[in-house]
Ligand binder design. Structure first.
Ligand code: GLA
Length: 392
């Protein structure tokens, strides 16, 4: 559904009144093409911003009140709190995300002098793993920056988002999602080295193909604790390797070096996790090289290999996303398909030849329903720009 920003403004005025000059902003969700669970292991990632995301309309107040309203959670009504009360609370629901950003601003010395009225609306399907929370964080950061005139770079807004998610919301995520939402560029993926935040934009020129996101419509419970477990296992593997080789992160190793030193990791589970992190990082580097030389076949094969590794070694896939990927691999015209994002449900990303898009959607839609009883959803997506202001 195309979002009509002036309708959001009308809604804002209905809820918060017509005085002053509200301003509008947008921050996108992301899909990661390859480089999964490498961002907290000092490796590379290759995400791109989507054209779906979160919209916000903001107007500062004269007091210190915060009045937040989400069109998506309209049943919660206007959630009222204060800048003097920035503490995470389960009952605060979705507002913990914007409040976490305000808390991080204050912590970093960006003093928020006035309260705010803000209306939010997101068009990222909830629970899909396409980074609705990162987009909400980056959006809030951008709105605060512009409203109060702070000089903060977009990369720092991404870091503020990650800090807030780690320390206010308790999810120990890496930097990929917030970076993609803040720094995305139309028709490009971002080749980001998470060990130093160096990045380059790589045009995704797929004249004969489209990117399709397939939503499994399942989200298994305990996602954030399972995610945090993977981080701990990767760290344990790194510590074991550091007893035999001088490295800062798993991303420092080539496949050959990993094979040479892997026996230092005694726990077989931790060894598998490290294997994924090392090989996935190398796959990402090769995939970007392949894309740059228009070798889409190789790009697709690396995407498939990424899924197998996430399924068997990192174990962040699940039955439903395995079914989606395997169905895709058997359809002519599919160059590559894999689970994308944090895992344990969510979406797959597939590169599909234009002529096969309809076949892909029909075949997988039916076979997935037959096997699981669940209706998958398909989004043929475009790559959009990072967070920005909108005219209203
Ligand atoms: C989630 C996290 C990211 C990244 C991915 C897995 O999306 O927020 O930081 O770790 O999982 O690649």
């Amino acid at each position: 559904m195309a979002v009509n920003v002036s309708e959001l403004k009308t809604k804002f005025v209905e809820i918060f009144g017509s005085e002053g000059t509200p301003k509008a902003y947008f921050a996108p969700g992301r899909v990661n093409l390859i480089g999964e669970h490498t961002d907290y292991n000092g490796g590379h990632v290759f995400p791109c911003a989507l054209t779906i995301g979160t919209y916000g309309i903001i107007r500062p107040r004269e007091d210190r009140k915060l009045r937040l309203f989400s069109v998506n959670f309209s049943n919660m009504g206007v959630v009222e709190s204060s800048l003097d009360d920035l503490i995470p609370a389960e009952s605060a629901g979705w507002t913990n995300y914007p409040k976490g950003i305000m808390w991080t601003f204050e912590k970093r010395g960006y003093h928020l002098e006035k309260g705010m009225d803000i209306l939010f609306y997101g068009d990222i399907p909830s629970g899909s793993g396409l980074s609705s929370s990162a987009s909400l964080e980056v959006l809030t950061g951008l709105m605060l920056r512009d409203t109060f005139g702070f000089h903060i770079s977009m990369v720092d807004l991404a870091l503020i988002g990650q800090y807030s998610e780690n320390n206010f919301n308790g999810m120990n995520c890496g930097i990929m999602d917030q970076f993609a939402s803040a720094m995305g560029k139309k028709d490009c993926a971002i080749f980001l080295d998470t060990s130093n935040l160096n990045y380059e934009y790589a045009p995704v020129k797929l004249p004969e193909a489209r990117i399709i996101i397939t939503n499994s419509n399942v989200k298994h419970s305990l996602v954030s604790s399972a995610y945090n477990d993977r981080r701990n296992e990767s760290e344990a593997a790194l510590k074991a390797l550091q007893t035999v080789v001088t490295i800062k992160t798993l991303g420092d190793l080539t496949e050959e070096q990993f094979e040479q030193y892997k026996d230092a990791i005694k726990d077989p589970i931790c060894q598998k996790r490290a294997k994924h992190a090392v090989y996935e990082n190398q796959r990402t580097i090769h995939a970007v090289e392949a894309l740059k030389t228009n070798d889409i076949e190789t790009f697709g094969k690396l995407i498939n290999a990424s899924h197998v590794s996430l399924r068997d070694d990192y174990e962040t896939s699940c039955t439903e996303t395995d079914i989606l990927a395997e169905l895709a691999w058997n359809i002519p015209g599919v160059l590559g398909s894999r689970i994308t994002g944090g895992g344990f449900g969510g979406c797959t990303v597939s590169i599909v030849k234009k002529d096969s898009v309809d076949l892909f959607i029909q075949t997988i839609g039916k076979a997935y329903r037959d096997k699981t009883g669940i209706q998958a959803e398909f989004y043929v997506v475009d790559i959009g720009d990072g967070a920005h202001a909108l005219n209203i």
